[in-house]
Design a protein around this ligand. Sequence first.
Ligand code: FES
Ligand SMILES: [Fe+2]
Length: 340
Amino acid sequence: MFPINCWYVAAYAHEVTNDAPYPCQVADNKIILYRDENNQVVAMADRCCHRLAPLSLGRIEGSDIRCMYHGIKFGSDGACVAVPGQKHVPKSFCIQTFAVEERHQWVWVWIGDRNHPDLSLLPDVQGQDPEIYGIQKDAIDYNANYQLLNDNLCDLSHVAFVHENTLGANAGKDDWALSKPDIENLPRGLRFTRWFSNQSAGKGFDAGDQRFDMWIKSEYLIPGILLMNSHIYPTGVAAQFDFGEPQGIKPLSSVWNTQAVTPKDEKTMRYFYCLGIPHNEPTYGLHGNFDIMNVAFSEDKRMIEAQQKVIEENPTARLATTSHDKAIVYFRKLIQKASL
Ligand code: FES
Ligand SMILES: [Fe+2]
């Protein structure tokens, strides 16, 4: 089940070049990405229409791609432009192409109606502009259904347990599970807001024993895009705003966590994650926090891949829900609706 008429992150922009086709898989579609002569990204099916050899083994020639089995060449619009050894170029020889958009250092592929890609549905990603932010980024592949990772990111109560020695390793780590964020349902996702008050900054920060109030505001949008903005304030600010949204007060420091969950097929996915810290703010060693994030995301992977196996072994077992699962239930409904 994959949302259609939806933008998916297929790759980081720097991974797509004009040297060689970049193979990826998005919602059951095997795709190649490459740059044409104008540096525009091209997305097309990884399948030659002749004998179905993969175009990912092909060669980029200017704006065209040549299948390196029998040498048939296709333009960036997918139409055949040359067949070695014959003059006739059949009109039916063509490769499916996908609408594609390069934005926020990601390459987004539109899965759905090819002729009506809706740019207004591209999430407004912040924190990934290198002029403004110091950015660290990576990606990992999972052997699990992508909805399990969406569940994980819609319910951060697991931080207290899965990440007890990494992301949750600060003085108030139990708060992740013992209290809940405020949740607002959006047409294409959810908005979460919450305070952590009088906390030590946690592992990866360089703030010694200093204590802070932290305001976290995030959105989680289909098919699995996390836009999380965390602000650190001196203690007392949470109470000053009656634990509501802080207005007109500059944080000591802030950080964007932007992530994208992209299903490859029903049992595999790719997880992109970035950390963006404004150049002009004190970082409290936050850049070191990326190392902790890498460890933490391997903790999630270990749990979720093991969960996937148990689910496969018990296909008829029903899931139970707690009050923490409210966001998961809503998000799964949105995915289901968008997949019809
Ligand atoms: S399979 Fe591509 S040219 Fe023959
Ligand atoms: Fe996690």
